[in-house]
Design a protein around this ligand. Structure first.
Ligand SMILES: [Zn+2]
Ligand SMILES: [Zn+2]
Length: 153
């Protein structure tokens, strides 16, 4: 991120990019979609649709959970977010580049971890098996540092 730019400027740029991605897919550019896209970027972590709904209801009175889900799924389809299934509720991730997730089986926390891996290999193998793959995830299950320390006592 460029430090000389204001956060407002970055938001306007990201809003414009999302608007362009929507138009490209023949989707309407609504303030609802822009607000939810902006919230996901502002939260800047893995969030559930419920968390986005809580934040969104100030700016979008009357918005419903199914609408938030549909909008987040649309953002994921447009490549503006990632849908992460790691067991438990579906999480939406503002980081769209390939990365792996660490999931704590005790507290449920989900962390990003950058490791070199190629989901294309898994997707290709899936296609060769006659499967129509949509996404591949690397999830490492275990205990987070806090829970591991607590378990040691
Ligand atoms: Zn934990
Ligand atoms: Zn992530």
């Amino acid at each position: 991120m460029n430090a000389t730019r204001s956060p407002e400027h970055d938001h306007a740029e990201a809003d414009a990019r999302l608007a362009a991605a929507l138009r490209e897919r023949g989707q309407r550019v609504t303030s609802q979609r822009l607000v939810i896209g902006r919230l996901l970027r502002e939260l800047d972590r893995h969030v559930t649709a419920e968390e986005v709904l809580r934040r969104a209801s100030e700016q979008l009175p009357g918005v419903s959970l199914p609408t938030v889900y549909a909008t987040l799924d649309l953002l994921a389809e447009l490549g503006e977010a990632r849908r992460v299934s790691v067991g438990g509720p579906v999480l939406y991730d503002p980081r769209t580049e390939d990365h792996a997730h660490l999931r704590c089986r005790s507290c449920g926390a989900v962390f990003d971890v950058d490791v070199p891996f190629d989901t294309a290999v898994a997707l290709r193998a899936a296609r060769e098996a006659g499967f129509a793959p949509e996404a591949a995830e690397v999830v490492v299950e275990g205990l987070c540092a806090d829970c591991a320390a607590a378990a040691r006592g």
